[in-house]
Design a protein around this ligand. Sequence first.
Ligand SMILES: NC(=O)c1ccc[n+]([C@@H]2O[C@H](COP(=O)([O-])OP(=O)(O)OC[C@H]3O[C@@H](n4cnc5c(N)ncnc54)[C@H](OP(=O)(O)O)[C@@H]3O)[C@@H](O)[C@H]2O)c1
Length: 286
Amino acid sequence: MTRILLTGIHGQLGWELMRTLPPLGEVIGCDRQALDLARPESLRAALETHRPDIIVNPAAYTAVDQAEREPERAMAINATAPALLAEEARRLGALLIHYSTDYVFDGTKAGAYVETDATCPLNVYGASKHAGEQAIMASGCRHLIFRVSWLYGRRGKNFLLTMLRLAQERDELAVVADQIGAPTWSRMIAETTALALARYRGQQGLYHLTAAGETSWHGFAERILSLAYARGLIGKCPPVRRLASADYPTAARRPANSRLDCTRLREDFGLVPVPWETQLELCLAM
Ligand SMILES: NC(=O)c1ccc[n+]([C@@H]2O[C@H](COP(=O)([O-])OP(=O)(O)OC[C@H]3O[C@@H](n4cnc5c(N)ncnc54)[C@H](OP(=O)(O)O)[C@@H]3O)[C@@H](O)[C@H]2O)c1
């Protein structure tokens, strides 16, 4: 039976993967105690113990603003650890599935980014994730790297849950309207990962994996509130004021354009991105 080692099982995406991967084999789910990416000896020991056929790594240092204050820790978890996972995957002959981000780009392109576009991260988190991608690609292991964007879901820490909470607490919300991307439900990424694995025939490299379509954080917020109100998930639907990024300063700079072109995923795996509005409706219907 195929042995699948999964990291970060309490994260948004890890939790969903724990539910979509089991039909593909025996899933060995690891939390931070079982496999600490910041401790190479812990990582090596877990892999030596379980000797998986497939390693799936959704665990990461994801605190984008905090990373500006602790770049060494972000690099250790997002760059050094994936390099070690890749080294171990090569040694074991395992396939490594890893996740990266739209934040490897600076957002200055006019259209959606393709996998071969030049990278230029604007912040420490993006630079650390980019270094992780580079290390995996240079390692010689079999790998698939999915660049995902704007994750949300019904658990964990994310924009959807923040908006639902603020809608109850405030009479008006203000949300950035000049950053464009594709909000993507973590469950859709987990399901697409399982489907890609089921269709795996030696494909290799970087793949963009997001919802179809685009919106701003402001547009996403308005849609969340109207759908959640219609479903009775919130008791009121406060107006959402448009903010410019300049009016909402954060420690880390973020790209204005986070759109990722998913054509390669369709061509190589026959997997078609679902529109972000549909994903949001399905998520809120849970
Ligand atoms: N969230 C987004 O909007 C977004 C956007 C683009 C790309 N991504 C990428 O998508 C992937 C999944 O993100 P997510 O939103 O699901 O992340 P998340 O909810 O923040 O979960 C991250 C997970 O990583 C684990 N982790 C952190 N440090 C660790 C360490 N030293 N050793 C082992 N585990 C550790 C956490 O463990 P604990 O549970 O113990 O804290 C948590 O389970 C990541 O690669 C992320 O970079 C996310």
